[in-house]
Design a protein around this ligand. Structure first.
Ligand code: ACO
Length: 327
């Protein structure tokens, strides 16, 4: 059976780092509140000249280099994002041009914080169907442009960044993506939304109502996220044919809140040292969070051949997803 495997990883964070202490000067918050409620200590934010596609390009180049391929070997670029440079052209097309992936198709995928796992699942299907050979899957976000820096309930949570992987066919039977589970519930979409800047409302109305910013009912999202993440993680473990979560060598959850991660870890029965956490450094980078964590884990030597890796994410829409793989 053909499986798809990750051949290379990359990630890139904007240079500018903003600590909780610095946010204390902008909104009525405290380092103590942010740390205890979320686990976040700092986040990286784009400066002038840095855009979503620039971050994505840098992460992509690292992944391509590690994979030992040429950009011309890619036949598809998928960029998961909810904060593209602009509606058209897509981030994927901007990256395709910037890296010289002359033989690749390119499209953006819009599934919020679960976007990278959705992208990985689509890419896995295309490779297993022998439609594509090598696919670049990116998760890249610049949510700093979509948060209201006067709203303490959201602005402390998010950060910018990008991660990328090159996916290709694996000749080894025991390597690659073993299962992928995708879910959604659009009826709850209003609990986490950016109402404006689509085509439903005109720009004047959007700006008057400040609908260009992210709005979130944090408590409700928290409740749904914990339930959904536990269920989808169990589903992916079972679909991979693993006895239970104790078989996982590294769990890479979406980095939205340390309390959500800790809740999941306890419910699934995974020991602390087998969970990868970097929310303290970067905050919630939405679709970029899992590929950034995956790249850091890879470069730190936390992944070894055959390692069982579980990745689970939850985000606006609502969407949620889990992918189980052997490294
Ligand atoms: N600093 C200080 N106080 C604050 C802050 C802040 N930054 N933000 C909120 N508070 C206050 C509130 O006003 C409230 O005060 P009150 O009791 O006087 O009304 C109090 O702190 C408690 O607020 P809660 O919202 O109940 O705090 P909670 O413990 O739920 O934490 C949080 C909020 C961190 C947002 C949490 O609910 C959460 O993480 N939710 C899930 C987020 C998530 O997973 N999102 C999904 C992915 S994002 C995406 O898809 C783009």
């Amino acid at each position: 059976m053909v499986r798809s495997a990750i051949l290379g990883t990359g990630s890139y964070l904007p240079k500018k780092r903003v600590s909780n202490k610095e946010l204390e000067e902008i909104v009525d918050t405290s380092d103590e509140w942010i740390k205890t409620r979320t686990g976040i200590e700092a986040r990286h934010i784009i400066s002038d000249g840095e855009t979503n596609s620039v971050l994505a390009q840098k992460a992509a180049e690292m992944a391509i280099e590690m994979a030992g391929i040429s950009p011309e070997d890619l036949d598809l670029v998928i960029a998961a994002t909810l904060t593209p440079d602009m509606p058209m052209p897509s981030v994927a097309c901007l990256v395709q041009d910037a890296i010289g992936a002359k033989n690749a198709g390119a499209f953006d995928l819009y599934a919020t914080c679960s976007g990278f796992l959705y992208g990985l699942t689509v890419a896995d299907g295309l490779i297993r169907a022998d439609i594509s050979k090598k696919i670049l899957v990116i998760g890249s976000e610049t949510l700093s442009r979509r948060v209201n820096w006067k709203d303490r309930t959201t602005c402390v949570l998010f950060g910018d960044g990008a991660g990328a992987v090159v996916l290709g066919a694996s000749s080894e039977n025991n390597r690659g993506i073993m299962s992928a589970c995708l879910h959604s519930d659009g009826s709850l979409g209003g609990l986490l939304t950016i109402r404006g800047l689509g085509t439903r409302h005109d720009l004047k109305k959007t700006l008057e109502n400040e609908w260009q910013y992210i709005e979130m009912n944090g408590r409700e999202v928290f409740k749904h996220a914990t339930r959904a993440l536990e269920a989808v993680s169990i589903e992916a473990i079972e679909a991979a044919g693993w006895a239970d979560a104790s078989m996982i060598d590294l769990f890479i959850p979406h980095q939205a809140n340390i309390r959500i991660i800790e809740h999941m870890r306890e419910r699934l029965g995974i020991s602390r040292e087998r969970v990868f956490i970097n929310i303290d450094k970067y905050g919630n980078t939405s679709a970029a969070s899992i590929p950034i964590a995956l790249d850091e884990a890879n470069r730190k030597g936390r992944l070894f051949p055959g390692a069982r890796v579980l990745m689970s994410a939850f985000g606006g829409g609502f969407t949620w997803a889990s992918v189980a793989m052997r490294w």
